[in-house]
Design a binder for this molecule. Sequence first.
Ligand code: PAF
Length: 316
Amino acid sequence: MRVVVFGAGAIGSLFGASLAHGGHEVLLIGRPDHVAAVRAHGLRITGSLVDTVELPAATTVPADFAPDAVLLTSKTFDLAAAASLLAIEVPKPVPTLLPQNGLGVEDEVATALAAGGWTHTERWIVRAVNSVPATLLGPGEVRAAGTGELLLGRPASPNAVATRTLARLLRGREFKLRYVDDLPREIWRKAILNAAINPVTALHGVVNGRLREEPYHTESLALLQEAVTVARAEGVKFRDKEIRADLERVLTATAENRSSMLQDLDRGRRTEVQAISGEVLRRGLAHDLDLPATRRAVEAVRSFSGRPAASRGQSS
Ligand code: PAF
Protein backbone atom coordinates (compact mmCIF):
# COMPACT_ATOMS: atom_id res chain seq x y z
CA MET A 1 0.00 0.00 0.00
CA ARG A 2 0.98 3.63 -0.43
CA VAL A 3 0.98 5.37 2.92
CA VAL A 4 1.49 8.99 3.89
CA VAL A 5 2.59 9.68 7.45
CA PHE A 6 1.37 13.23 7.94
CA GLY A 7 3.03 15.04 10.86
CA ALA A 8 5.82 12.50 11.23
CA GLY A 9 7.39 13.04 14.65
CA ALA A 10 8.45 10.20 16.93
CA ILE A 11 5.50 7.83 16.65
CA GLY A 12 4.68 8.59 13.01
CA SER A 13 8.27 7.99 11.96
CA LEU A 14 8.42 4.75 13.92
CA PHE A 15 5.20 3.45 12.34
CA GLY A 16 6.44 4.63 8.93
CA ALA A 17 9.75 2.80 9.35
CA SER A 18 7.96 -0.36 10.38
CA LEU A 19 5.61 -0.20 7.37
CA ALA A 20 8.50 0.46 4.98
CA HIS A 21 10.25 -2.61 6.44
CA GLY A 22 7.10 -4.55 5.68
CA GLY A 23 7.33 -3.60 1.99
CA HIS A 24 4.88 -0.70 1.90
CA GLU A 25 5.59 2.51 0.02
CA VAL A 26 5.80 5.14 2.75
CA LEU A 27 6.16 8.91 2.46
CA LEU A 28 6.99 10.88 5.62
CA ILE A 29 5.67 14.45 5.81
CA GLY A 30 7.27 16.34 8.66
CA ARG A 31 9.21 19.32 9.95
CA PRO A 32 11.89 20.59 7.54
CA ASP A 33 14.85 19.59 9.78
CA HIS A 34 13.52 16.04 10.25
CA VAL A 35 12.72 15.68 6.54
CA ALA A 36 16.19 16.95 5.54
CA ALA A 37 17.90 14.49 7.91
CA VAL A 38 15.82 11.52 6.68
CA ARG A 39 16.55 12.43 3.08
CA ALA A 40 20.27 12.74 3.74
CA HIS A 41 20.91 9.76 6.05
CA GLY A 42 17.70 7.71 6.18
CA LEU A 43 15.63 7.36 9.34
CA ARG A 44 17.65 5.94 12.24
CA ILE A 45 15.68 3.85 14.71
CA THR A 46 17.44 2.84 17.90
CA GLY A 47 16.05 0.60 20.61
CA SER A 48 13.87 -2.41 20.21
CA LEU A 49 12.42 -2.19 16.69
CA VAL A 50 14.32 -1.69 13.44
CA ASP A 51 17.51 -0.02 12.20
CA THR A 52 18.28 2.63 9.59
CA VAL A 53 15.47 2.81 7.03
CA GLU A 54 15.73 4.47 3.64
CA LEU A 55 12.45 6.13 2.85
CA PRO A 56 11.30 9.25 1.04
CA ALA A 57 10.50 12.29 3.16
CA ALA A 58 8.99 15.62 2.15
CA THR A 59 7.28 18.68 3.59
CA THR A 60 4.34 18.44 1.18
CA VAL A 61 2.72 15.48 -0.58
CA PRO A 62 3.86 15.31 -4.24
CA ALA A 63 0.89 15.45 -6.64
CA ASP A 64 1.65 11.98 -8.04
CA PHE A 65 1.72 10.23 -4.64
CA ALA A 66 -1.90 9.16 -4.26
CA PRO A 67 -1.98 7.34 -0.90
CA ASP A 68 -4.21 4.41 0.05
CA ALA A 69 -4.02 5.39 3.71
CA VAL A 70 -2.82 8.21 5.95
CA LEU A 71 -1.38 8.09 9.45
CA LEU A 72 -2.12 11.55 10.83
CA THR A 73 0.33 11.68 13.71
CA SER A 74 0.70 15.42 14.42
CA LYS A 75 0.66 16.59 18.05
CA THR A 76 -2.78 17.69 19.25
CA PHE A 77 -1.95 21.42 19.23
CA ASP A 78 -1.05 21.18 15.50
CA LEU A 79 -3.83 18.80 14.58
CA ALA A 80 -6.51 21.13 13.20
CA ALA A 81 -3.96 22.91 11.01
CA ALA A 82 -2.47 19.59 9.89
CA ALA A 83 -5.90 18.17 9.01
CA SER A 84 -6.74 21.30 6.97
CA LEU A 85 -3.49 20.89 5.08
CA LEU A 86 -4.08 17.17 4.61
CA ALA A 87 -7.46 17.85 2.96
CA ILE A 88 -5.73 20.15 0.47
CA GLU A 89 -2.79 17.87 -0.26
CA VAL A 90 -4.75 14.60 -0.36
CA PRO A 91 -8.08 15.72 -1.84
CA LYS A 92 -9.47 12.19 -2.28
CA PRO A 93 -10.45 10.86 1.19
CA VAL A 94 -8.63 7.73 2.37
CA PRO A 95 -8.61 5.78 5.66
CA THR A 96 -6.88 8.02 8.18
CA LEU A 97 -5.52 6.90 11.55
CA LEU A 98 -5.56 9.21 14.61
CA PRO A 99 -3.40 7.77 17.40
CA GLN A 100 -3.08 10.93 19.56
CA ASN A 101 -3.39 11.27 23.33
CA GLY A 102 -6.28 13.37 24.60
CA LEU A 103 -10.01 13.86 24.27
CA GLY A 104 -12.10 15.28 21.42
CA VAL A 105 -9.39 14.70 18.81
CA GLU A 106 -11.64 13.06 16.20
CA ASP A 107 -14.22 15.89 16.26
CA GLU A 108 -11.54 18.49 15.71
CA VAL A 109 -10.07 16.54 12.78
CA ALA A 110 -13.48 15.83 11.24
CA THR A 111 -14.35 19.53 11.29
CA ALA A 112 -11.04 20.54 9.68
CA LEU A 113 -11.19 17.81 7.01
CA ALA A 114 -14.81 18.64 6.14
CA ALA A 115 -13.95 22.34 5.87
CA GLY A 116 -11.10 21.34 3.55
CA GLY A 117 -13.46 19.46 1.23
CA TRP A 118 -13.47 15.82 2.44
CA THR A 119 -16.98 14.38 2.42
CA HIS A 120 -18.36 11.76 4.85
CA THR A 121 -15.40 12.22 7.17
CA GLU A 122 -16.96 9.74 9.61
CA ARG A 123 -16.22 6.95 7.09
CA TRP A 124 -12.52 7.73 6.86
CA ILE A 125 -11.38 8.70 10.33
CA VAL A 126 -10.18 5.85 12.56
CA ARG A 127 -9.36 6.81 16.14
CA ALA A 128 -6.77 4.68 17.93
CA VAL A 129 -5.29 4.50 21.41
CA ASN A 130 -1.54 4.14 21.23
CA SER A 131 0.84 2.89 23.90
CA VAL A 132 3.81 2.17 21.62
CA PRO A 133 6.56 4.29 23.17
CA ALA A 134 8.77 6.43 20.90
CA THR A 135 11.07 9.39 21.46
CA LEU A 136 12.38 11.78 18.83
CA LEU A 137 16.08 11.99 19.75
CA GLY A 138 16.78 14.61 17.09
CA PRO A 139 16.16 15.18 13.38
CA GLY A 140 16.12 11.82 11.60
CA GLU A 141 16.52 9.78 14.78
CA VAL A 142 13.88 7.99 16.83
CA ARG A 143 14.24 5.77 19.88
CA ALA A 144 11.78 2.88 20.18
CA ALA A 145 11.59 2.57 23.96
CA GLY A 146 10.03 -0.89 24.16
CA THR A 147 6.90 -2.59 22.93
CA GLY A 148 3.34 -1.39 23.22
CA GLU A 149 0.02 -1.78 21.51
CA LEU A 150 -2.37 0.05 19.27
CA LEU A 151 -6.08 -0.28 20.09
CA LEU A 152 -8.73 0.14 17.40
CA GLY A 153 -12.51 -0.04 17.82
CA ARG A 154 -13.94 -3.32 16.52
CA PRO A 155 -15.02 -2.61 12.90
CA ALA A 156 -18.57 -1.27 12.77
CA SER A 157 -20.45 1.27 10.73
CA PRO A 158 -19.71 4.00 9.67
CA ASN A 159 -15.92 3.43 9.40
CA ALA A 160 -15.72 -0.39 9.30
CA VAL A 161 -14.03 -0.48 5.89
CA ALA A 162 -11.43 2.13 6.87
CA THR A 163 -10.79 0.35 10.18
CA ARG A 164 -10.19 -2.98 8.42
CA THR A 165 -7.89 -1.36 5.87
CA LEU A 166 -5.75 0.22 8.60
CA ALA A 167 -5.78 -2.96 10.70
CA ARG A 168 -4.54 -4.99 7.70
CA LEU A 169 -1.78 -2.43 7.20
CA LEU A 170 -0.67 -2.25 10.83
CA ARG A 171 -1.17 -5.82 12.00
CA GLY A 172 1.86 -8.11 12.29
CA ARG A 173 4.31 -5.32 12.97
CA GLU A 174 6.69 -5.07 15.94
CA PHE A 175 3.86 -3.76 18.12
CA LYS A 176 0.55 -5.44 18.94
CA LEU A 177 -2.72 -4.36 17.33
CA ARG A 178 -5.90 -5.16 19.19
CA TYR A 179 -9.60 -4.52 18.55
CA VAL A 180 -11.63 -3.36 21.55
CA ASP A 181 -15.42 -3.28 21.94
CA ASP A 182 -15.58 0.09 23.71
CA LEU A 183 -12.98 2.41 22.20
CA PRO A 184 -14.41 5.61 23.82
CA ARG A 185 -13.80 4.02 27.23
CA GLU A 186 -10.18 3.19 26.24
CA ILE A 187 -9.70 6.78 25.02
CA TRP A 188 -10.88 7.97 28.43
CA ARG A 189 -8.68 5.45 30.24
CA LYS A 190 -5.60 6.73 28.39
CA ALA A 191 -6.62 10.37 28.96
CA ILE A 192 -7.07 9.75 32.72
CA LEU A 193 -3.63 8.12 32.93
CA ASN A 194 -2.03 10.91 30.91
CA ALA A 195 -3.79 13.51 33.11
CA ALA A 196 -2.39 11.77 36.21
CA ILE A 197 1.15 11.18 34.94
CA ASN A 198 2.22 13.76 32.40
CA PRO A 199 1.81 17.07 34.31
CA VAL A 200 3.48 15.69 37.45
CA THR A 201 6.49 14.35 35.54
CA ALA A 202 6.71 17.55 33.47
CA LEU A 203 6.47 19.95 36.42
CA HIS A 204 8.99 18.08 38.58
CA GLY A 205 11.29 16.96 35.77
CA VAL A 206 11.12 13.30 36.83
CA VAL A 207 10.78 10.00 34.93
CA ASN A 208 7.46 8.16 35.18
CA GLY A 209 8.71 5.61 37.74
CA ARG A 210 9.36 8.35 40.33
CA LEU A 211 5.59 8.88 40.56
CA ARG A 212 5.45 5.73 42.70
CA GLU A 213 7.22 7.80 45.40
CA GLU A 214 6.02 10.70 47.54
CA PRO A 215 5.19 13.51 47.16
CA TYR A 216 4.58 12.76 43.48
CA HIS A 217 2.31 9.78 44.13
CA THR A 218 -0.24 11.82 46.09
CA GLU A 219 -0.19 14.57 43.45
CA SER A 220 -0.72 12.05 40.70
CA LEU A 221 -3.58 10.32 42.55
CA ALA A 222 -5.38 13.64 43.06
CA LEU A 223 -5.26 14.28 39.30
CA LEU A 224 -6.34 10.70 38.60
CA GLN A 225 -9.33 11.01 40.91
CA GLU A 226 -10.51 14.29 39.39
CA ALA A 227 -10.27 12.93 35.84
CA VAL A 228 -12.19 9.79 36.88
CA THR A 229 -14.94 12.00 38.34
CA VAL A 230 -15.29 13.82 35.02
CA ALA A 231 -15.36 10.55 33.07
CA ARG A 232 -18.13 9.30 35.37
CA ALA A 233 -20.08 12.52 34.83
CA GLU A 234 -19.81 11.80 31.09
CA GLY A 235 -21.17 8.28 31.62
CA VAL A 236 -17.82 6.45 31.39
CA LYS A 237 -17.42 4.49 34.62
CA PHE A 238 -14.14 3.29 36.11
CA ARG A 239 -13.88 1.61 39.50
CA ASP A 240 -11.24 3.28 41.71
CA LYS A 241 -9.45 -0.04 42.15
CA GLU A 242 -9.31 -0.68 38.40
CA ILE A 243 -7.92 2.71 37.39
CA ARG A 244 -5.43 2.83 40.27
CA ALA A 245 -4.15 -0.57 39.21
CA ASP A 246 -3.82 0.79 35.64
CA LEU A 247 -1.78 3.71 36.98
CA GLU A 248 0.59 1.44 38.90
CA ARG A 249 0.94 -0.84 35.87
CA VAL A 250 1.83 2.03 33.50
CA LEU A 251 4.23 3.63 36.01
CA THR A 252 6.04 0.31 36.36
CA ALA A 253 6.02 -0.54 32.65
CA THR A 254 7.28 2.93 31.68
CA ALA A 255 9.40 3.58 34.80
CA GLU A 256 12.42 4.87 32.85
CA ASN A 257 10.38 6.94 30.33
CA ARG A 258 10.37 10.69 30.24
CA SER A 259 6.70 11.38 29.50
CA SER A 260 5.80 13.11 26.25
CA MET A 261 4.89 16.28 28.20
CA LEU A 262 8.22 16.30 30.00
CA GLN A 263 10.01 15.85 26.67
CA ASP A 264 8.06 18.76 25.20
CA LEU A 265 8.93 21.05 28.13
CA ASP A 266 12.57 19.92 27.98
CA ARG A 267 12.72 21.05 24.36
CA GLY A 268 10.98 24.36 25.12
CA ARG A 269 8.05 23.22 22.94
CA ARG A 270 4.30 23.46 23.40
CA THR A 271 2.75 20.58 25.30
CA GLU A 272 -0.46 18.59 24.83
CA VAL A 273 -1.78 19.76 28.23
CA GLN A 274 -4.83 21.36 26.60
CA ALA A 275 -6.04 18.16 24.90
CA ILE A 276 -5.45 16.15 28.08
CA SER A 277 -5.87 18.04 31.40
CA GLY A 278 -7.37 21.15 29.75
CA GLU A 279 -10.11 19.04 28.18
CA VAL A 280 -10.74 17.24 31.50
CA LEU A 281 -11.12 20.67 33.13
CA ARG A 282 -13.38 22.02 30.36
CA ARG A 283 -15.67 18.99 30.54
CA GLY A 284 -15.64 19.08 34.35
CA LEU A 285 -16.78 22.70 34.33
CA ALA A 286 -19.64 21.76 32.01
CA HIS A 287 -20.76 19.34 34.77
CA ASP A 288 -20.24 21.93 37.55
CA LEU A 289 -17.32 19.97 38.99
CA ASP A 290 -14.61 21.63 41.01
CA LEU A 291 -11.18 20.30 39.91
CA PRO A 292 -8.54 22.24 41.89
CA ALA A 293 -5.61 19.87 41.24
CA THR A 294 -6.29 19.75 37.49
CA ARG A 295 -6.70 23.52 37.29
CA ARG A 296 -3.39 24.07 39.10
CA ALA A 297 -1.65 21.53 36.85
CA VAL A 298 -2.92 23.14 33.64
CA GLU A 299 -1.88 26.61 34.79
CA ALA A 300 1.54 25.42 35.95
CA VAL A 301 2.36 23.46 32.79
CA ARG A 302 1.29 26.42 30.65
CA SER A 303 3.45 28.78 32.69
CA PHE A 304 6.50 26.49 32.27
CA SER A 305 6.13 26.05 28.49
CA GLY A 306 9.15 27.51 26.73
CA ARG A 307 11.18 27.92 29.95
CA PRO A 308 14.46 26.08 30.55
CA ALA A 309 14.25 22.69 32.29
CA ALA A 310 16.36 23.94 35.23
CA SER A 311 13.63 26.40 36.28
CA ARG A 312 11.38 23.42 37.15
CA GLY A 313 13.80 22.26 39.85
CA GLN A 314 14.65 18.59 40.21
CA SER A 315 15.36 16.47 37.14
CA SER A 316 15.95 12.73 36.94
O1 PAF B 1 2.44 10.58 27.05
C1 PAF B 1 3.20 9.66 27.43
O2 PAF B 1 4.39 9.85 27.68
C2 PAF B 1 2.63 8.25 27.57
O3 PAF B 1 1.31 8.26 27.11
C3 PAF B 1 2.71 7.66 28.97
C4 PAF B 1 1.72 6.52 29.11
C5 PAF B 1 2.45 8.67 30.06
C6 PAF B 1 4.05 6.99 29.17
O4 PAF B 1 5.12 7.87 29.18
